[in-house]
Design a protein around this ligand. Structure first.
Ligand code: PLP
Length: 400
């Protein structure tokens, strides 16, 4: 008994002590991004907020209520586990759709909790019926059809069978959606392929109409499609990247500028700020090496600050000797290698830095700003890859 209590105490104490960094999410930035997207897609289309990968690293638990505050009532994820996180986080009766992996033994939980899901093969559809009958609740199905992306998607030759099955078992299978996903619509060079996918989608939908058993919603658009290709917007759009304030690609940003006849647009705001604090300060003599190995040798007498973040915290090692952070509103360049949980920055030219001063890893401080995009340029990670790797353990917090 005693030992159980001791363990519980330990867990509680752990939660009261500090992590090495924190992530702040701006509610006003989210409102601005969603209203920008809303203007693009019109007032009718449902915006499904894509929160897979822990809300692209922003944190499902914190992000979901923020999105609900902005009127979002539909979320999309990649797995049952993520769906369960959304159910725990939501503060409304918002719907959740699983777009990816769904194990048979999770189907019971999924249907019981009225979680929607993509179906792209007959075995899943048949299993859904079986479980829906057992649970005595309707399975909420989005039929994802193959249009040329060749990832998931029901093959064209299975469409009639799937439609007949849906119609026959209408008491247990609700035909929520008919959808597809584009294979790289954010890149202009892919447009010939996207155009074929759109054409195929329309052709398949015509067959659904001829058959006469209609879905409630048709959807295909992701962020890039919703922002720059109005003819892809149907009853629902599935928006990830853009809601977090990231342009899906330079192509989409440039298309937007062209369409709106602007030279610059700051309608979308980065939600995320990532902060830590100076852990230690050191005087370095000219010609000394800094940190592991010999990758950085001081060209002059220097002062460095030690930052308690490393590659284990999602800060890419590729930023060694390349990236920078903000301290006292100024850029402090990274010197030496990024270690597992520490790196050093040059603060020689920043007056008065003290242990405990705030370090901005991503975000704004004074006039200076570090964008998620700037990381991608150094690391070759696309924006989404960088943010989605931010560890779930970092505490997230909502700010205005
Ligand atoms: C991730 C994903 C989206 C969202 O894509 P963004 O470009 O981030 O908006 C939409 N649909 C599917 C099927 C996805 O996997």
């Amino acid at each position: 008994m005693d030992s159980v209590n001791t363990i519980k105490q330990d867990i509680q104490n752990q939660r009261m002590v500090n992590h090495s960094s924190r992530i702040l999410l701006s509610q006003s930035a989210l409102e601005q991004n969603l209203s920008f997207i809303r203007k693009k897609v019109g007032s009718e289309a449902i915006i499904s907020s894509v929160v897979k990968a822990n809300a692209y690293g922003h944190g499902i638990e914190t992000f979901v209520p923020m999105a609900e505050e902005c009127g979002i009532r539909h979320f999309a994820v990649a797995s049952s586990h993520e769906a369960s996180e959304v159910l725990d986080a939501r503060t409304t009766d918002a719907a959740v759709t699983i777009m990816g992996i769904l194990y048979d033994d999770d189907l019971h939980w999924v249907i019981e909790h009225e979680v929607e899901f993509f179906v792209f093969d007959m075995p899943r559809l048949k299993k859904a019926l079986e479980v829906a009958q057992a649970v005595d609740k309707k399975a909420l199905i989005h039929l994802e059809v193959e249009t040329g992306g060749n990832r998931t998607g029901l093959p064209e030759e299975k469409l009639d069978e799937a439609l007949q099955f849906l119609k026959k078992h209408v008491e247990h299978l609700r035909f929520k959606g008919f959808c597809t996903h584009f294979a790289g619509i954010e890149t202009l060079a892919n447009q010939f392929r996207i155009a074929r996918q759109q054409q195929k989608f329309d052709e398949l939908y015509n067959r659904v109409e001829e058959f006469g058993h209609l879905p409630e919603l048709r959807h295909s658009a992701c962020s890039a499609a919703a922002l720059a290709f109005p003819d892809t917007v149907m009853d629902m759009v599935r928006v990830g990247t853009a809601q977090y304030g990231m342009w899906p690609s330079p192509d989409i940003y440039n298309m937007h500028l062209k369409q709106t006849n602007k030279l610059k647009d700051s309608s979308m705001k980065q939600l995320l700020t990532w902060k830590t604090d100076v852990m230690h300060i050191k005087q370095i003599k000219k010609d000394e090496f800094i940190g592991y190995g010999t990758s950085y040798q001081a060209p002059k007498d220097m002062i460095t600050a030690v930052v308690p973040i490393g590659y284990s915290n999602g800060f890419a090692k590729a930023l060694s000797n390349l990236g920078y952070v903000l301290i006292k509103g100024k850029k402090a360049p990274i010197v030496g290698l990024i270690n597992m949980n520490v790196f050093m920055v040059d603060i020689t030219d920043i007056a008065g830095v003290q242990v405990g001063d705030v370090v901005v890893l991503i975000g704004q401080q004074g006039e200076e700003k570090i964008t998620i995009r700037s990381f991608s340029e150094f690391t070759k990670f696309i924006n989404n890859e960088f943010v989605s790797r931010l560890p779930t353990a970092i505490p997230r917090e909502t700010v205005s």
